[in-house]
Design a protein around this ligand. Structure first.
Ligand code: NDP
Length: 446
């Protein structure tokens, strides 16, 4: 490791104890940024990177709620307000039993760069709870969401901090939280994004992250005069991001052959066409069932407790969770001929896996660039709420598509190496940093 990065990371580790995911996210950024900062001493003297790595505010609270048996349950609630240099804090809420401070700080840190890359005026934040919506009734989820918002509503606002969804938080949860905010604050404002279309949501918001990751991959393919036509695509996850990534790949002529959940993955060599995708959406969004049921229904292979990275493919879209591709998975993907990775999920590849992609000159789009389409359309939802009007599906999709092309161009601008290879990690980190750093310089020691 570069000794300057090592020295910087020693401070981060000393200040942030056992927060391994947070260390991982900061180190990845520091490796790109520290050489850049050395060349631009104004950022060094103002300690911009040191400041960005410290949240502006961390809110931690108790979330008590009553289950269907009348018993009191207690969860932890969090909101990390990471950086507001270029706009109100913006970032999703995650409800999953693995949620802790380290995971939310890594996500909030990544969000600062991602939001800057979108070109829209949004700061970075993230939040959530260790609550597990799986196996809970709709009423239990509602009571939890209401209790969560009862406290959170003191800290957020449409000009202050605007949360959205993430793992375990979809349209149902956003609706319950929006209802509670409105009830307590007596104001109908765009304080959350990902809202239902009937009450201020934006068309294309549900599709945005998945579509965006595919648009980004399409731009990467174009740099090699290639396209999605006839490409075999391995996708992980089967939630919001994975579903719409599958839809867009299929529309562009590719064939999606895998999807997964936390229990295992399915391999369907015939491809997950639109009829099969409709089944998955019903299974996952309404019945809330397991991916194994797909294999039973369509007669394909199901691999219990495995991830899909051993399957031969041309393009990979990891869309489940952090650290789901390790070094061996990365080697298997490369050996099987995969040459494009576009991350729908946040930090799905470990540090070692990323090194494998780089050594092999794979077109590797890190999450903060590739999955920025979700927050970009959240930004467009905020604009529509501010204007009190709704854009058409086509209009929002076109804006999303353009934003993904612009993010790709930014990555190319800051990440193109002397041999022509585009280092998207470096490009996204520097491209996201510059705007935030300039705003922080202009605002003084804040
Ligand atoms: P969902 O909750 O809709 O889906 C998550 C999917 O990932 C499910 O299939 C889930 O399986 C699987 N999964 C979750 N945790 C694990 C785990 N520990 N191991 C294996 N599989 C797991 O979430 P989203 O689709 O919204 O989010 C997916 C990823 O995309 C996350 O990394 C998120 O941060 C990122 N992202 C999402 C955005 C959005 O707009 N929604 C925006 C940008 C990034 P199971 O059902 O078994 O839990």
């Amino acid at each position: 490791m570069d000794p300057r990065v090592e020295q910087f990371m020693a401070q981060i580790i000393a200040k942030n104890g056992h927060e391994n995911e947070f260390h991982q996210a900061v180190q990845e950024v520091a490796e790109s940024l520290i050489p850049f900062i050395e060349e631009n001493p104004k950022y060094k003297h103002a300690k911009i990177l040191e400041r960005i790595a410290e949240p502006e505010r961390v809110i931690l609270f108790r979330v008590p709620w009553l289950d269907d048996k009348g018993e009191i349950q207690i969860n932890k609630g969090y909101r990390i307000e990471m950086n507001s240099a270029i706009g109100p804090y913006k970032g999703g809420l995650r409800f999953h039993p693995t949620v802790n401070l380290s995971i939310l700080k890594f996500l909030a840190f990544e969000q600062v760069f991602k939001n800057s890359l979108t070109t829209l005026p949004m700061g970075g934040g993230k939040g959530g709870s260790d609550f597990d919506p799986k196996g809970k009734s709709d009423n239990e989820v509602m009571r939890f969401c209401q209790s969560f918002m009862t406290e959170l509503c003191r800290h957020i606002g449409y000009n202050t901090d605007v949360p959205a969804g993430d793992i375990g938080v979809g349209g149902r949860e956003i609706g319950f939280m929006f209802g509670q905010y409105k009830r307590i604050r007596n104001e109908f404002v765009g304080v959350l994004t990902g809202k239902g279309i009937q009450y201020g949501g934006s068309l294309i918001r549900p599709e945005a992250t998945g579509y965006g990751a595919v648009y980004f991959a399409e731009e990467m393919l174009k740099t090699r005069n290639d396209s999605f036509k006839d490409k075999i695509v391995a996708i992980s996850g089967s939630g919001n991001v994975a579903q719409y990534a599958t839809e867009k790949v299929t529309e562009l002529g590719g064939k999606v052959v895998t999807l997964s959940d936390s229990s295992g993955f399915i391999h369907d060599p015939n491809g997950i066409n639109s009829e099969k995708l409709t089944y998955i959406m019903e299974l996952k969004n309404i019945k809330r069932g397991r991916i194994k049921e797909y294999a039973d229904k369509f007669g394909c292979e199901y691999y219990e407790n495995k991830r899909p990275w051993s399957i031969k493919c041309d393009v990979t879209l990891p869309c489940a969770t952090q650290n789901e591709i390790d070094e061996n998975d990365a080697k298997a993907l490369v050996a099987n001929g995969c040459s494009v990775i576009s991350e729908g999920a946040n930090m799905p590849s470990t540090h070692e896996a990323v090194e494998v992609f780089m050594e092999n000159k794979i077109l590797y789009g890190p999450g903060k660039a590739a999955n920025a389409g979700g927050v970009a359309v959240s930004g467009l939802e905020m604009s529509q709420n501010g204007l009190r009007l709704s854009w058409t599906r086509n209009e929002v999709d076109q804006r999303l598509h353009q934003i993904m092309k612009d993010i790709h161009a930014t990555c190319e601008k800051y990440g193109k190496e002397s041999d022509g290879f585009i280092n998207y990690v470096k490009g996204a980190n520097i491209g996201g940093f510059v705007k935030v750093a300039e705003a922080m310089l202009a605002q003084g020691a804040v």
